[in-house]
Design a protein around this ligand. Structure first.
Ligand code: NAD
Length: 337
């Protein structure tokens, strides 16, 4: 790609610290001369009946049209009786796999310096199917849905990802000893796909044991694939292993090659508007977006500038023990480009 042929990508700055860290991404992309034109969409102030959420139909159409986008955090008010914005995005765009690489950043000391794993979370069903109801007063039910189609799809993606990225092992994380039907089906699908990839080692690990192993020795893992709820929890646990939510990126993969990259963290209302947020997670998510688009040289350059800035240690945001503002840290990355 040359800068003569820009690609249009949808940008959701999002809520809270979202606009501040989205600004960092725009600034860094400009400094690195990345051939991306942003189509910006904001969350609406009223429910759009066509999406049953504050997300506008136009913003969803924008992602469907561009097939690629970057998303800042979106706040979800609890118990207000409408669909979560993130759930709406996942469902409407059929973003079936959430990919989160988790690796130790050189120069930023945490308990481990050898973490290099990727969690792949089924993103559309399981415990987050949104099927909850009251049976009688005082008794509620939540349905965990596992389908063969969605399990095969995410397992297929995990093995494809492992192969394409030179990874050696895929671990399916489950609780099939208790949830024999649901997690049992998930595992059966993983086994079926594993047979097609004899060059990749396949193993099954029970979720509770997995947590213990991750905390004791995260280097034991390579690629992990799992149903929705386990993926939500395990991926945050992994973020904690390498320095916290301010650092970890992710990318959601949808049917037909749609990719929506997003930071793992939320809107951080406690520090919003204070120019304190760490933009690294969203920046590294934008790097994942660039890799998805095969704009590898720019992705590599931006990633190196981020890693070098953090490693130098002169400019770091408060969550990493520094005292730099979002703006100062972003300027330092631009200078390192
Ligand atoms: P949060 O991730 O917003 O914040 C947790 C803690 O981490 C806070 O102390 C915050 O200051 C800190 N933090 C998070 N990101 C940071 C960054 N980039 N730099 C520095 N510090 C950072 O989680 P929460 O408080 O539980 O959720 C707040 C809102 O965000 C809720 O409405 C929730 O629903 C929403 N949320 C959205 C997403 C998403 O859009 N993908 C994910 C999680 C939570």
């Amino acid at each position: 790609f040359s800068s003569a042929t820009p690609i249009t990508a949808t940008l959701f700055p999002g809520d809270g610290i979202g606009p501040e860290i989205a600004e960092s991404v725009k600034q860094v992309f400009q400094a690195a001369d990345v051939p991306i034109e942003w189509e910006e969409h904001y969350v609406g102030t009223e429910i759009d009946p066509r999406t049953q959420s504050f997300l506008t139909w136009e913003s969803l159409e924008s992602v469907r049209r561009n097939r690629v986008g970057l998303k800042g955090p979106m706040a979800t008010p609890i118990g207000k009786g409408h669909r979560s914005l993130n759930l709406t995005l996942r469902k409407e765009l059929n973003l079936y796999a959430n990919v989160r690489p988790c690796y130790s950043l050189p120069g930023y000391k945490t308990r481990y310096d050898n973490v290099n794993l990727v969690t792949i979370r089924e993103n559309t069903e399981g415990e987050y199917s949104g099927l909850e109801h009251q049976v009688v007063r005082g008794v509620v039910e939540s349905l965990k849905i596992i389908t063969r189609a969605a399990s095969l799809r995410v397992a297929e993606y995990a093995f494809h990802y492992a192969k394409a990225n030179g990874r050696e092992r895929v671990s399916a994380i489950h609780k099939a000893n208790i949830m024999q039907k649901t997690d049992g089906l998930f595992l059966k699908c993983c086994r079926e796909v594993a047979e097609k990839y004899p060059e990749i080692t396949y193993e099954e690990v029970i979720i509770d044991n997995c947590c213990m192993m991750l905390v004791k020795n995260p280097a034991l893992f390579d690629v992990l694939v799992m149903p929705n709820l386990y993926g939500d929890i395990i991926s945050d646990l992994c973020a904690g292993l390498v320095g916290g939510l301010g650092l970890t990126p992710s990318c959601n993969i949808g049917e037909g090659g749609i990719a929506l990259a997003e930071a793992v963290h939320g809107s951080a209302p406690d520090i919003a508007g204070k120019n304190m947020a760490n933009p690294t997670a969203l920046l590294l998510s934008s790097v994942m977006m660039l890799r998805h688009l095969n704009i590898t040289d720019k992705a590599e350059r931006i990633q190196n500038a981020i890693i070098n800035t953090i490693a130098e240690g002169k400019y770091r945001t408060a969550d990493l023990g520094g005292s730099s503002s979002t703006t100062e840290f972003t300027n330092a990355i631009c200078n390192n480009l």
